[in-house]
Design a protein around this ligand. Structure first.
Ligand SMILES: [Zn+2]
Length: 385
């Protein structure tokens, strides 16, 4: 047994009384949290710093890790998408696999214990099976033509079956409002019972423009791709206010990015859907659009916020601490306590794994990170479990 104390203990939601001590058993499972007065002081390991549960990365694309440094930053989402399309055929399977293995290790070394990870193909499943990290894999579907919904759905379902056959957890998920028909969203939602879903939401203003009047960068992109869009109808409203009705209101929905979500969008969405999680990927937003989402607005609207790294195609690292630090840098009013909750408990709750991760969970090893917080910058001193 180990008895672990620190300058401060954060349990996923709040700081505990400084007299509390974590009692760990075999495999670093948490047995209890007790007051130090009930223990022999000689048995207590004391650490200078903050101990918190392992981080939860609510949004990643492990299979895109090979694109690190390949896409020019700050050119906007349309150019970013063109960059991905142009580069993705240029790499060998071996290079793709090696990059994903390294990315998995990088996350572990950065104190991450669980990941909500997007997959379009089966490439990363073997890595996930052998990983120390827990993965919830979102099998991502793309299909703007409603006539193709059933074919796309069946294709995704086959990949999901392959994932589950390896005892890995996952669910089907729509890619983005501009790339998935309402019809396909409804098909995915009908299947999503007791599992989370995610969607890239309002990552660019072009997305809102496409929904408002079917103009802008996405109309141009589909022309560039020679992909017909006559079945897509503009709604005169922002994207979020146009598509949310197609997704299940009774299951968790993780909205990723939200870089161009307005007060009206946020108020509407929170009123319409009670199981929403707002996932911030600030470094990726700076990489792609050179803009941060309006975090203050989300806080003011009581949004449940979680944090993701997105992929190495749009980020320099896979580190929740790097995401926290860019938030601390840009938002002086943010409190450590709230950002730590976004990085631990909220991510776990969004992925529906808070019975194992995101807190000091009895009989579980949810990871233990010893952190330093100095000059509003978080760093990892040591992984204790
Ligand atoms: Zn993404």
């Amino acid at each position: 047994m180990r008895f672990i104390a620190a300058t401060r203990l954060f349990d996923g939601k709040q700081f505990l009384d400084s007299d509390m001590v974590l009692v760990l058993g075999g495999e670093s499972r948490l047995l209890n949290i007790v007051n130090r007065k009930d223990l022999d002081p000689g048995n207590i390991e004391h650490y200078d710093g903050i101990i918190c549960p392992g981080f939860v990365n609510a949004h990643c694309h492990l299979e895109l890790s090979y694109l690190k440094g390949e896409i020019e930053p700050r050119k906007g989402l349309i150019e970013f998408a063109k960059g991905i399309i142009g580069k993705r055929m240029l790499f060998s399977d071996q290079k793709i696999n090696e990059a994903a293995i390294a990315a998995d290790k990088e996350m572990w070394n950065n104190g991450i214990v669980a990941v909500g990870d997007i997959s379009n193909v089966k490439n990363s499943f073997e890595i996930k099976k052998n990983s120390k990290l827990f993965y919830h894999t979102f099998i991502e579907l793309i299909g703007l033509n409603p006539m193709h919904s059933e074919v796309v759905f069946t294709f995704g379902k086959d990949i999901l079956n392959g994932l589950q056959a390896q005892n890995l957890k996952g669910s089907l998920t729509p890619h983005a409002p501009y790339s998935v028909s309402g019809n396909l969203m409804e098909r995915i939602s009908a299947e999503a019972k007791g599992v989370p879903t995610s969607i890239h939401n309002q990552e660019s203003e072009e997305e809102n423009n496409f929904f408002r009047d079917k103009t802008g960068g996405f109309a141009d992109l589909y022309e560039f791709l020679k992909s017909p869009i006559e079945h897509f109808n503009a709604t005169g409203r922002s994207s979020l206010r146009s598509y949310l009705q197609y997704l299940s209101k009774t299951e968790n929905l993780i909205l990723i990015h939200n870089t161009f979500s307005s007060q009206e969008d946020i108020a509407f969405a929170n009123e319409f859907h009670k199981q929403l999680y707002w996932c911030l990927c600030p470094n990726a937003n700076l990489y792609v659009e050179n803009k941060l989402p309006n975090v203050k607005l989300m806080i003011r609207n009581n949004c449940r916020i979680c944090i993701g790294t997105d992929s190495l195609a749009s980020n320099h690292s896979l580190s929740i601490m790097d995401e926290m630090n860019v938030l601390f840098e840009n938002l002086p009013e943010l409190k450590l306590e709230e950002v730590l909750q976004w990085s631990t408990f909220n991510g776990a709750e969004a992925l529906m794994i808070n019975d194992s991760f995101g807190g000091f969970v009895k009989n579980k090893n949810a990871g233990l990170n010893l952190l330093n917080f100095k000059d509003r910058k978080v760093s990892l001193i040591q992984k204790l479990a």
